[in-house]
Design a protein around this ligand. Structure first.
Ligand code: HEM
Length: 131
C-alpha cells in the first residue's frame, strides 16, 4: 500500500517528479523550457514551500502566482486545455506516488487553484482584450 503525504521530504518527492513529467510533456513542457527558461534551482524550492503552505499551512512561500501566470500568458497564451493538462499531470503524479487524505486534499486544492487561475488568466485576459 502507498503512504500518504506526511513530511517535507514527501512534498519534495511530489514536486520533483511532477516537474519531470511537466518538462517532458508535449503540450505544456515548452512553457517551462522555451517560453520561460525556468531556473530550477530557484523554482523547485519555491514550489516546495508553496505546497507545504497549501497542505500543512506552514512554509514560507513568497510569490504572486496569479501575476506570474498572467505574465506567462502575455508571452505565449495559456489555454483552457493547457490548464486541464497541467491538472491531469498533477493528479496522475500524486496518485502514482501517494494515497490518503492529504493526497486527496492536495489534488482538490490543485484543482480549485487551477480553476481560479484559468478563469483569471485565460478568460479575464480575453474579456479585457475584447472590450
Ligand atoms: C497551464 C498551466 C501552467 C503553466 C504552463 C505554468 C507555468 C509556470 C511557469 C513557467 C512558472 C515559472 C515562472 C518563472 O520562473 O518565472 C510557474 C510558476 C509557478 N506556478 Fe505555474 N503554471 C501552470 C499552472 C499552475 C497551477 C494550476 C498552479 C497552482 C495550483 C501553479 C503554481 C505555480 C506557482 C506557485 C509558481 C511560482 C509563482 C511565483 O513565483 O510567483 N501553476 N508556472
Amino acid at each position: 500500500m502507498k503512504r500518504d503525504i506526511e513530511t517535507k521530504e514527501d512534498i519534495k518527492k511530489l514536486v520533483d517528479q511532477f516537474y519531470e513529467f511537466v518538462k517532458a510533456d508535449r503540450q505544456i513542457g515548452r512553457f517551462f523550457t522555451v517560453v520561460v527558461a525556468v531556473d530550477w534551482k530557484k523554482h523547485l524550492p519555491k514550489m516546495y514551500s508553496f505546497w507545504e503552505q497549501v497542505i500543512f499551512g506552514s512554509g514560507e512561500f513568497r510569490g504572486n502566482p496569479m501575476a506570474t501566470h498572467a505574465t506567462i500568458h502575455t508571452k505565449s497564451p495559456l489555454s483552457s486545455e493547457d490548464f486541464e493538462q497541467w491538472l491531469f499531470l498533477f493528479k496522475k503524479n500524486a496518485d502514482e506516488l501517494f494515497e490518503g487524505l492529504n493526497t486527496e486534499l492536495v489534488k482538490q486544492r490543485a484543482e480549485s487553484i487551477a480553476t481560479v487561475m484559468k478563469l483569471k488568466v485565460v478568460y479575464n485576459h480575453q474579456a479585457l482584450h475584447k472590450s
